[in-house]
Design a protein around this ligand. Structure first.
Ligand SMILES: [Zn+2]
Length: 225
């Protein structure tokens, strides 16, 4: 929310592998924002035993999905805490257009609105290549890549000299492609919602981490000023 006494509310959108977590931490450090992920919010509210936290606990213990209403109540409580005075970065919420509208109503009650929804844009084909080529040394965990980072001596780890390597089962092209498709399908309504509100910002997330961070910093500095 931007306004007299309402903090900035940023929504960071990006597919798995786009470096969203790294970028969110950078924004926290640089702008004093607090990243709020749905999972962390729920755990903290349950632990604190707030009314909304207790309601969430009951639902989760019954194996159910916590309703948007409860998540919003927890978010509202969390945003009233002093450490969020500079603003928040929402991660994992909203996920649907309905949740986005409910969030808009919640913020409007406090005289605010979403400051910006920033979409980390990736090139799907390049992402598939980037993620699916990853592997690590089984001995020391050093990361390698079929295309971008091969060991100096083929089959031997640069760091520890080990010769055994491993790949994560879900780092294959097919799985990465499916993850990206699911992401786009899920995010398209949110992108449309925030574009219509005039708060959508996009950033090319295929470059080096530092240049993405710089671009993001420029956007956040501008919208939260
Ligand atoms: Zn190694």
């Amino acid at each position: 929310m931007s306004g007299a006494n309402v903090p900035a509310v940023l929504i960071l959108l990006g597919p798995p592998g786009a470096g969203k977590g790294t970028q969110a931490r950078m924004l926290e450090d640089r702008f004093g924002l607090v990243q709020l992920s749905t999972g962390d919010l729920l755990r903290a509210a349950v632990a604190a035993g707030t009314p909304a936290g207790l309601a969430a606990k009951t639902v989760m213990e019954a194996g159910g999905l916590v309703s948007d209403e409860i998540v919003l109540a927890i978010l509202k409580d969390r945003m009233a805490e002093p450490d969020t005075a500079r603003g928040v970065i929402l991660d994992g919420f909203p996920r649907t257009a309905g949740q986005a509208e409910a969030l808009d109503r919640l913020l409007a009650e406090a005289g605010g609105r979403v400051t910006a929804a920033i979409s980390l844009e990736v090139d799907d084909a390049a992402m598939v290549g980037r993620v699916s080529g990853r592997y690590t040394c089984a001995g020391c965990g050093e990361g390698y890549h079929d295309e971008f980072k091969l060991p100096a001596t083929a089959g031997t780890c640069d760091k520890c000299g080990g010769t055994a390597f491993k790949r994560r089962a879900d780092d294959n092209a097919e799985t990465v492609r499916a993850r990206l498709q699911a992401y786009h399908a899920q995010t398209a309504p949110l992108i449309a919602h925030y574009r219509a509100m005039g708060v959508l910002e996009t950033i090319d997330a295929m470059g080096p981490i530092e240049s993405i961070a710089e671009g993001l910093g420029t956007i956040v500095g501008r919208v939260s000023a």
